[in-house]
Design a protein around this ligand. Structure first.
Ligand code: SIN
Length: 558
């Protein structure tokens, strides 16, 4: 038993844009702890290349941005959420600018931001910092948060599970979290009146992903184990263009390259998006990713190409310095050679169900950004709407905590009890199962699905869940084991959600139901942990699945 207990007002799990922006806005009145699994900057935000979408041009309009978001989301976005996100975006972005974020300006125009375009957008509306937008936002936010005495960073600390006041009751409240200190190899408890999950998505559930290693769906899996509803997990977005090279791990080739005129070609040099969609390379991502997948399967080649060679070389080097240099390191000069690309898992559109103030089903527990399912993205996220969702919802969580503050639990927090767990002598179980989950998800639950393949994945996952759960309770925790437990939970929810949706819509495409069915399936899929009857959760139990009509307002707790 470890008797370390820390106490704070707000515990934030994750240090990307959602966590940092919330922390910064609350810090004058609240004591904040921020947990990062690795270094404080290591998050999806840091690797975001494209930018942040918002109406900044006189020729653009809120109506157009709203329409584009609904169109990409294939009529499964929540209307109120889309409207307030689009309308509140400019104000939040001005706050980022005031905080020191330097977005690129138009050449020779000091007062005008350079707006770029990406797939599915009818106007140029994406603010960016060259091709390193996330890095610039992360830099400015970290600087601002470090300047605040009320914010404490905990690097190399991973949340294990949320602590509930009465885990067996129907309506428990979140009172803190168990946290694994990776350097001390010790789990301790943190008591907090509010806990914010801002830990990002679950791209690492798939073998190939644009996501950094930290994206193992921890926040979603923890919220699920705590009893919160998880929605729309069948909608995993595959980015059409990641660099294809044996030594390049997870390197994204931003959609902004296509926004500036990049052309997709197959090995016969044919422009295969012509005739596939009127917007060609700038069609929504689900369509481009499926077209590339089909090209790869048809031709037997491992990749297609993104051709930039017809564009001005000096412009490309200046506009995309990071992508240009990285490609060059792998021997590809994008100004003269087409870039080999493949699709890879990129963005988790589903997540923890939240209301319009970021509140989950569990009082005291909030979620913002990719970890959540707010209703903004529907069946497919519009490019560059993710940083936007992060800042809009961070602000709304802050309002909610300020107006309606949850109180600090006045009892004693439970302490972490390792029971009879011992040091692992079979680390191979963890690495083998990690690989198996990710490979089966890629092969059976990828861009194009079928009932047969989903059932196959389900059977394999059942065995893996039981084995991983048995191992989890037998050995002392490590971050690899905690992540493995989380990715198998997420994989299970994705498969169950995909099996439930008997239609194709946006990112969920199945050969068994190739059409969209608005009459029966304009609903969100919901996964819920079976009710807890004993103290020890049964990780191998299948999630309870249901659907939630889109028109029904989400229930909020606080
Ligand atoms: C990109 O730069 O292509 C990624 C932008 C996004 O995922 O929104």
């Amino acid at each position: 038993m470890v008797d370390r207990v820390e106490e704070t007002d707000v515990l934030i799990v994750g240090s990307g844009v959602s966590g940092l922006f919330t922390a910064f806005k609350l810090a004058d009145t609240h004591k904040i702890f921020i947990l990062s699994k690795k270094q404080e900057y290591e998050s999806s935000t840091y690797y975001a290349q494209g930018g942040i979408a918002s109406v900044f041009s006189l020729t653009d309009s809120f109506e157009a941005h709203i329409k584009d978001t609904h169109k990409a989301g294939v009529n499964l976005c929540r209307e109120d959420v889309v409207t307030f996100c689009v309308e509140e975006a400019p104000e939040r972005i001005h706050e980022l600018i005031d905080l020191g974020v330097q977005f690129s300006k138009r050449d020779g125009h000091d007062n005008e931001y350079d707006l770029t375009k990406e797939g599915g957008h009818s106007h140029r509306r994406i603010l960016h910092a060259k091709d390193m937008t996330g890095q610039e936002i992360e830099r400015a936010l970290l600087q601002a948060c470090h300047a605040h005495p009320n914010i404490t960073f905990y690097e190399y600390h991973m949340a294990v599970d949320f602590i509930l006041d009465d885990p067996l009751s129907e309506y428990p409240r979140c009172i803190g979290a168990f946290v694994f200190d990776q350097e001390q190899e010790q789990v301790f408890s943190v008591k907090a009146s509010s806990v914010l999950i801002a830990s990002g998505g679950a791209g690492k559930v798939y073998l190939y992903t644009s996501n950094p290693d930290v994206c193992t769906g921890d926040g979603i899996a923890m919220a699920y184990r705590a009893g919160a509803r998880i929605a729309n997990m069948e909608f995993m977005q595959f980015h059409p263009t990641c660099l294809f090279h044996p030594h390049a791990k997870s390197f994204l080739i931003s959609e902004a390259l296509r926004g500036e005129g990049g052309i997709l070609r197959n090995h016969k040099n044919e422009r295969f998006m012509e005739g596939t969609h009127p917007l060609k390379e700038l069609a929504p991502r689900d369509i481009v990713a499926r077209a590339i997948d089909a090209e790869i399967k048809k031709s037997g080649h491992d990749n297609v190409f993104l051709d930039m060679t017809h564009l001005d070389g000096e412009f490309l080097k200046d506009r995309f310095p990071n992508i240009y240099q990285t490609c060059l390191q792998f021997g590809i000069d994008l100004t003269t050679q087409p870039i080999p690309v493949v699709p890879a898992a990129h963005y988790t559109c589903g997540g923890i169900v939240i209301d319009e103030y970021g509140r989950t089903d569990i009082p005291g527990l909030y979620a913002v950004g990719e970890v959540s399912c707010s209703g903004l993205h529907g069946a497919n996220r519009l490019a560059s709407n993710s940083l936007l969702e992060g800042v809009v919802f961070a602000h709304r969580v802050v309002e909610s905590i300020k107006v309606d503050p949850p109180s600090l639990f006045d009892g004693t927090l439970p302490q972490w009890d390792p029971g009879t767990a011992v040091d692992s002598d079979e680390a191979i179980v963890v690495s083998h199962n990690w690989d198996e989950v990710r490979r089966l998800m890629w092969n059976y639950v990828g861009i194009v699905r079928s009932n047969k393949r989903l059932q196959r994945a389900k059977r394999r996952l059942q065995l893996l869940k039981e084995e991983i759960d048995e191992y989890y309770w037998r050995v002392l925790v490590s971050s690899d084991l905690l992540e493995l437990r989380n990715i198998v939970t997420i994989a299970d929810i994705i498969v169950e959600s995909a099996l439930l949706r008997k239609e194709s819509r946006g990112l969920h495409f199945t050969v068994d139901f190739p059409e969209s069915d608005d009459q029966n399936w304009k609903v969100e899929t919901i996964a819920h942990r079976p009710p807890k009857t004993k103290k020890r959760p049964k990780a191998w139990e299948t999630p309870q699945m249901s659907t939630l009509p889109l028109l029904k307002k989400r229930k909020a707790h606080s």
